[in-house]
Design a protein around this ligand. Structure first.
Ligand code: PLP
Length: 505
């Protein structure tokens, strides 16, 4: 390297301002076109992993030489816009994945332009305070005390992990952060959750050293809600054998059916039992203030910690989860270390001290922008409309002889395709097995068709199609198109499959 080239350094990653402006405008124009055309195209063009790898040239080595950024952006934009699955499509209703808000897309661009490190206040003065405000606003929206502690994380799993670790540090009864789970004479920590809880619970006890055997699975009632009497009985039995029931998880909107556990009763029980009450509200918490939402969501206000997912019902682009803990010191109690190489003001908010991450990105911006653009009323209306549309689907399903409604909670409606001549015998073992197979295969075909995208659930052993609307782009016309689509695919499939798979009686 000559002195000269270092003095007039031209880094391979540099882009001159005029060029940057041109590339940026082109990209934004292309994104706008994509959003404009989204509803008219397929939700996905079902390609195989091999197809995608070929399109990407997945097997080639890292190019030795760089490339022109203009050509590069055009290339990857076309690949993404022609071969992705679009959860922003009005007929995407799978899992709990939201349609991303446009202002969040712009927010992510702005966030990376400023690139604050939201681990420490001094490195991110505006961003840190903006994140703290976002956390307070989310608490306000779900009816949680606004002076709570909290921070944004990557998603629901991480938000639940943060609550879990706060609970473990507060309730273990020994210094678990120092001595670990195997501390001499330590009692066995027990976690309680319904059988409908999300798999984050297994990951948490596994990752944090308790082991999956520490989970006590509590039965659900007919509406898939945690059975309080069964919880009480199990906690008493565990206490009697010397275990420590330290954490009860309630779900505010289960991932399968949207069921809301009896949160006020669980809260009262936890107070009496001295256990930490954590609510997994990744999906449903944000519906708390919507008129007509389940009253039990009000029990969240009494939880020791709550997990909420802004990348679900706040329609923030991935990723954004939010963990709320009743008091900030309970977060520090679980995460704080003060290494000699950090000289940060102890009075200021330093998020590295309250969660698992060290360097942290500015994910709050996209969430904050959405909250400001729509406001409280705007969100209540969007979430309320999602719920109304899911209920409309449920109502319309009853009008079709070949469709059977199964559950409806929050914005999740489950149903299945049952050819009407099989309805009478649907309880028999062979027919039930055939119907499970039929609906599973139907779902695969529906997803591949690109005409709509659902996912599935198992409800009491029955395989059901599951529609979850976390999508402010969905309209009534989209909902009304679904039954005919399912019936058309179901009839075709049944006609060819039944002779092969269902022995005639
Ligand atoms: C989505 C979801 C999770 C997991 O959240 P991620 O954002 O996917 O990590 C956990 N619990 C419930 C109830 C959920 O709906």
């Amino acid at each position: 390297m000559s002195q000269d080239s270092l003095r007039n350094r031209r880094a391979p990653l540099a882009i001159a301002p005029g060029e940057f402006r041109k590339l940026g405008h082109q990209l934004v124009d292309r994104i706008a076109e994509h959003l404009d055309a989204l509803a008219d195209g397929p939700v996905t063009r079902a390609a195989s992993p091999a197809d995608i790898r070929a399109l990407l040239g997945a097997d080639r080595p890292l190019p030795r030489d760089g490339a022109d950024p203009d050509a590069l952006l055009r290339e990857i934009t076309e690949l993404l816009f022609s071969h992705s699955l679009f959860n922003g499509h009005p007929r995407f209703w799978g899992y709990v994945t939201s349609s991303p808000a446009p202002i969040g897309m712009l927010g992510d661009l702005l966030a990376s332009a400023v690139n604050p490190n939201v681990g420490a206040w001094i490195l991110s003065p505006v961003a840190t305070e903006l994140e703290a405000q976002t956390v307070r606003w989310i608490a306000e929206l779900i009816g949680y005390p606004e002076d709570c502690g909290g921070l944004l994380v990557s998603g629901g799993n991480m938000a639940n992990f943060v609550g879990f670790l706060a609970a473990r540090a507060a309730k273990a009864g020994w210094n678990v952060r120092e001595a670990g789970m195997a501390a001499g004479g330590a009692r066995r920590l027990r976690v309680y959750a319904s059988t409908g809880v999300h798999t984050w619970v297994q990951k948490a006890v596994d990752l944090f050293g308790l082991g999956t055997d520490s989970i006590r699975w509590i039965d659900v009632d007919r509406r898939q809600r945690l059975d309080l009497a069964a919880l009480r009985k199990q906690v008493e039995a565990d206490r009697a054998q010397g275990d420590e029931p330290f954490l009860v998880v309630g779900t505010a909107g289960s991932v399968s059916t949207g069921a809301v556990d009896p949160l006020p009763e669980i809260a009262a029980f936890c107070r009496e039992a001295g256990a930490w009450f954590h609510v997994d509200g990744a999906y449903g918490a944000l519906a708390a203030a919507v008129p007509g939402a389940p009253a039990d969501l009000g029990g969240m206000s009494q939880a020791d910690s709550v997990a909420v997912d802004p990348h679900k019902w706040l329609y923030a682009p991935l990723e954004a989860g939010c963990s709320l803990v009743r008091r900030t010191d309970l977060l520090r109690n679980a995460f704080s270390y003060h290494p000699p190489y950090y000289h940060f003001d102890q009075e200021a908010i330093n998020f590295f001290d309250m969660g698992p991450q060290n360097s942290r990105g500015f994910r709050a911006l996209k969430v904050w922008l959405g909250l400001r653009q729509a406001g409280r009323d705007g969100y209540l209306r969007m979430i309320g409309d999602d719920i109304l549309l899911a209920r409309r689907l449920r109502d319309s399903i009853s009008n079709f002889a070949d469709l059977e409604p199964v559950t409806q909670e929050l914005s999740i409606t489950t149903f299945r395709y049952v050819p009407c001549d099989l309805r009478a015998s649907a309880g028999s073992e062979v027919v039930a097995a055939y119907l499970n197979w039929l609906n599973q295969e139907l779902l695969t075909r529906l997803e591949r068709s690109g005409e709509a995208f659902l996912s599935n659930a198992m409800v009491d052993g029955t395989y059901v199609l599951r529609m979850c609307i976390v999508n402010f782009r969905t309209t009534l016309a989209d909902i009304e198109a679904l039954p005919d689509l399912v019936i058309r695919l179901g009839r075709d499939l049944d006609a060819v499959s039944r002779p092969l798979r269902l022995p005639s009686p």
